[in-house]
Design a protein around this ligand. Sequence first.
Ligand code: CU
Length: 192
Amino acid sequence: MNAIVPPSPPPPHAGEAVAIAAERRWAIIVGIIIAMLVGMMIVTGLHWAAMPPSRVETVDVKTLHLNGEFIESNLGTTMVDGKVTVRLIAQQYSFIPQCIVVPAEIPVTFRGTATDAIHGFVVGRTNANTMLVPGFVATFTTTFSKTGEQLMPCHEYCGTGHEAMWGRVQVLPPDEFLAKARGGERLTCVPR
Ligand SMILES: [Cu+2]
């Protein structure tokens, strides 16, 4: 009497092994993409929390140029009680002042607004970056680490002249800036 030999399972189809390997690779790639996106959310969330949006502060566009802190003679950089403040205005299609002087390694507070349309600016590759909305005062404080000249383009489309709208920022060594600012007058680097 012959022993009954159970039939051996069929050999796995070669295509199935390829499919499993491909799916495993794809799962790993997708896992890496998801991990990168979550990492980006965490990094940007923590970084932006270090520069929180400011409170809402309004200003009357119609009387901006007549009285208050944004009259022309008050624009530019000042140092009062050791605090450096830059006041500027954006309008189609320029910034006032066109050239801004700031120190390196000392915190600088920017206060700006727009007179006509929504504008904005970013200073070179620094984190000095804000929108300027008519009727609102945009303010933030930052510290420039490197000296030298930076471009400051308008980065909110504001009309047909938008691409020609930019200013300059001169970041001076702290002692050079302090020597200029000690007099207390408004500083700019606009050629006279
Ligand atoms: Cu613009």
